[in-house]
Design a protein around this ligand. Structure first.
Ligand code: AMP
Ligand code: MG
Length: 417
């Protein structure tokens, strides 16, 4: 699991963009090498370690897309056509002996096309008179028939290496006859919180203490990012013990992720412990909220020290830690795509950094979503995250933006999917 030299995360510039941070991490961190074969039932969210090539055509045989009547297009005239009804092919039946040659064949959705037939009339569109089918004009050749390989042809890449499998991918793999896939081992991420003021939820709250909020969020976000969690609990602000736990964690995980204790105060012991156990640099990411994120190396294992305030933890996890975990997982990381919304408030900001404003969405009179800013935007205000839908992203160059302007919006589900 040790993979890095101590100067790995050195960065020359004063302020980093999210894109620079993601690119630097991707360049310097290698995905976990081990792979394993998992059953499809366990494969949701796993990352393909190799391309999956279609071993068969989909669909494997030409078939009807509707319940209706299969015909040979060449048998149709310009006006209404009358053909004798002959033969019947339900789904799953063999159509070999049921030739469509001057006749209409009764077929059902998913049934193989009778030999000769290339076009299917929907049953709603025809009328029957005894054993004669009256077929209206106007249907195109090939209508309502699904040709062999229309979905994917044998030999094509169905899903590429680095794909993080979603339910629809599992459907495709199953349709191709696969009951298992080769995936990368999940990265193991050790997480702990630091601070003498932190108490474990469920326990009594001593004076001057607060419950540890960050670890609850981090456990869930790390799991959603596709990693396994090694939960090391709350560590006290005690430098020697901290350094020991860090080194211990490094022997059995691929990433160490902490919150708190990395500012520059004399009580910020995580900073000193990482420096003692390895190397530490600060990435000043040009975003707000989001204090500097500490990046380090402990015994060759990457370390990310997130800030202590819960809102800053959420934002820096989404934009910095999550891409690192994706990289370790061997997943192709695609930054979440913002969608346009209308601002329901004016906003002023400093030039040169990207700001993320916590907002709720509601449909406006013209159907476009209107973003309403949460009234309290402190970095420690957790309800500003629970009572909103996502973040409006205001670009570096902006200094003021008026109500009614359009701006990009990133929903929380997208940010920590
Ligand atoms: P620090 O960076 O350790 O100085 O922490 C900054 C602020 O975040 C302080 O108000 C801490 O009490 C708070 N904080 C740190 N860790 C947590 C945590 N795990 N849960 C809730 N608040 C925290
Ligand atoms: Mg602290």
């Amino acid at each position: 699991m040790a993979q890095l030299s101590e100067d790995t995360f050195a960065f020359g510039g004063p302020l980093m963009s999210i894109e620079q941070a993601t690119a630097l991490a991707a360049e310097r961190i290698q995905p976990v090498a081990a792979t394993e074969r998992v059953a499809l039932a366990q494969a949701d969210g796993r990352v393909l370690s190799q391309d999956v090539v279609a071993g068969l055509d989909l669909p494997p045989f030409a078939n009807s897309a509707v319940d209706g009547y299969a015909v040979r297009f060449a048998d149709l005239s310009d006006g209404e056509t009358r053909l004798r009804l002959q033969g019947r092919v339900p789904a799953g039946a063999d159509a070999a002996g049921v030739v469509a040659d001057g006749v209409a064949v009764r077929v059902f959705t998913g049934a193989p096309m009778p030999p000769g037939a290339d076009t299917v009339f929907m049953q709603e569109d025809v009328s029957l008179e005894g054993d004669v089918v009256r077929l209206p004009p106007g249907l195109k050749q090939g209508a309502n028939a699904r040709p062999v390989g229309e979905d994917i042809a044998r030999g094509e890449i169905a899903l590429a290496a680095g794909r993080r499998l979603r339910p629809q991918d599992l459907a495709l793999l199953a349709a191709l006859g696969q009951d298992s896939v080769e995936v990368r081992r999940r990265p193991r991420v050790a997480i702990f919180s630091t601070g003498d003021e932190l108490a474990e939820p469920g326990a009594a709250l001593p004076p001057a203490a607060i419950y540890d909020a960050n670890r609850a969020a981090l456990r869930a976000m790390v799991a959603r990012a596709g990693a396994e969690i090694v939960d090391l609990g709350i560590l006290r602000d005690e430098p020697v013990a901290l350094a020991e736990r860090l080194k211990e964690a490094a022997t059995s995980c691929d990433l160490i992720l902490t919150s708190g204790g990395v500012s520059t105060g004399e009580e910020d012991h995580v900073k000193a412990a990482v420096e003692g156990a390895g190397a530490l640099v600060f990435w000043r990411i040009g975003i707000k909220p989001g204090r500097p994120v500490a990046m380090g190396v402990v015994s060759g294992v990457p370390f990310i020290g997130l800030p202590g305030n819960p809102v800053a933890v959420f934002v820096t996890f989404a934009f910095v830690a999550r891409p690192v975990i994706a990289r370790l997982a061997g997943a192709r990381y695609v930054p979440p795509l913002p969608l346009p919304v209308r601002l329901g408030f004016p906003y002023r900001k400093k030039q040169g950094r990207r700001e993320y404003v916590r907002v709720s969405l509601s449909p406006g009179p013209d159907g476009v979503m209107v973003a309403t800013k949460h009234p309290r935007d402190g970095a420690g205000v957790m309800t500003s995250l629970t009572q909103t839908d996502g973040l409006v992203e205001l670009a570096e160059e902006l200094t003021r933006i008026e109500a009614g302007a359009m701006a990009p919006f990133l929903g929380y589900d997208l940010l920590i999917a």
